[in-house]
Design a protein around this ligand. Structure first.
Ligand SMILES: N[C@@H](CCC(=O)N[C@@H](CS)C(=O)NCC(=O)O)C(=O)O
Length: 197
């Protein structure tokens, strides 16, 4: 049985959304986490080594880090076609977007937030403005993989509404249209209904 360790209104919402897209049985465990405003605490019921969410257990395996969970689930349930299988020509671009989220988008966002001057040739990621420019160009197509929705849209696209509403990612017609397209999916609404537990 798959168990998702989740905290309301947090990064783990996207894996809740993915599980709803997949339509597979799973158990949702709401756990407490430390919040940016100083509230909350590490929950002893959460198996994540750093007390974060999302974390997922399945048959004794623990999976954490959002892109790893996304890849684990789309490989485990390939019939749902939410991630290209090994051998599919789109597999490479899929893996690239998943790694890009953790390896480039998140660090560039943190660096911007902390006002860290970007050092080319030293940092392993691109500056945030380059990242948002690249994303905007990529999303002139319907989805990150072109004409097919995938878990990469959940991992990356699912973080955009909050970032755009806070003015961190600049609002644009391309990004707004893309976000509206992906959040109109029924599984997104089902995940929202379960977000609070
Ligand atoms: N790199 C992780 C980040 C997970 C993460 O930072 N989650 C936040 C919630 S938005 C959290 O659990 N924070 C609690 C803490 O830092 O103790 C991923 O992408 O899954």
């Amino acid at each position: 049985m798959i168990t998702l360790f989740h905290a309301p209104h947090s990064r783990s919402f996207r894996m809740l959304w993915l599980l709803e897209e997949l339509g597979v049985p799973y158990e949702l465990k709401i756990v407490n986490i430390r919040r940016g405003d100083g509230s909350g605490a590490v929950d002893p019921a959460n198996p994540h080594p750093h007390g974060k969410v999302p974390a997922l257990t399945d048959n004794g395996s623990l999976v954490f880090e959002t892109p790893a969970i996304a890849l684990y689930l789309t490989d485990r349930f390939p019939e749902n076609e939410l991630g290209p299988r090994i051998g599919d020509p789109k597999r490479g671009v899929y893996l690239t977007w998943l790694a890009y989220y953790t390896g480039v988008i998140e660090p560039s966002l943190t660096a911007k937030f902390l006002k860290i001057h970007h050092i080319y040739g030293t940092f392993g990621w691109a500056p945030f403005d380059d990242v948002t420019g690249y994303l905007s160009r990529a999303l002139e197509q319907a989805y990150l993989l072109g004409d097919r929705f995938s878990a990469a849209d959940i991992v990356i696209g699912g973080s955009l509404p909050l970032l755009m509403s806070r003015g961190i990612v600049p609002d644009s017609d391309v990004l707004r249209t893309y976000v509206q397209r992906i959040i109109a999916r029924p599984a997104h609404a089902r995940a929202q209904a379960k977000d609070g537990g």
